[in-house]
Write a new protein. Structure first.
Length: 190
């Protein structure tokens, strides 16, 4: 029989999709203390609450007879695979995390320079000002101005000082950014 006419189960498709680490090859997985705590809390929630509840539902549904048409069983197994995949991802992320506390840089002589964990106020060539904080790739939150340390903007800003003008190169073009202020402060998580 031709493979074109065989049915693949959802389980076959779900197991093939594995979350990959979007870290550049050979780089470190920098993370703020708040970002690390958020991922750790998510992992604990999945392991201690969601997974046991889902296992209980699947066990109950399995006892209800024919599993092929049992929606609770089918959905429960699918959800269990999603939870297990996320747990594996979080464990890998946390194992490779290198926690960098932004507050540790406040007392350093070059605290006016931008490094991981810095919060910087910048002005673009149109005169618009914005505040960005350089965080780990798992902590990105554009609504809060949290940008990844591997983003084009962060790469342009890193090692620059207050008063410097840096060149931001993006697929949309080239832009000058003036650094108005650099500070190291605790970052909100959640």
């Amino acid at each position: 029989m031709s493979k074109a006419f065989t049915r693949e189960t959802d389980a076959d498709l779900d197991d093939e999709v594995e979350e990959t680490l979007p870290l550049p090859a050979g780089s470190r997985n920098y993370m703020t203390p708040g970002g690390f705590a958020r991922l750790k809390n998510e992992l604990n929630h999945l392991v201690e609450k969601e997974r046991p509840e889902t296992v209980a539902i699947v066990s109950w549904a399995a006892g209800n007879g024919d599993r092929s048409e049992n929606g609770d069983y089918i959905y429960g197994k699918k959800r269990l695979r999603e939870i297990d995949r996320r747990i594996r991802f979080l464990v890998r992320r946390l194992d490779t995390a290198e926690v960098v506390d932004p507050l540790a840089r406040r007392d350093v002589d070059d605290s006016d320079r931008i490094f991981f964990g810095a919060t910087a106020k910048v002005r673009d060539s149109r005169g618009e000002e914005r505040v960005v904080s350089i965080v780990g790739i798992d902590e990105i939150d554009t609504a809060r101005g949290y940008i990844s340390w591997v983003s084009p903007m962060a790469k342009a800003l890193i090692k620059a000082r207050e008063g410097d003008v840096v060149i931001l190169k993006t697929p949309g073009g080239v832009e000058d950014l003036e650094i108005l202020e650099v500070r190291y402060q605790p970052l909100a998580t959640g």
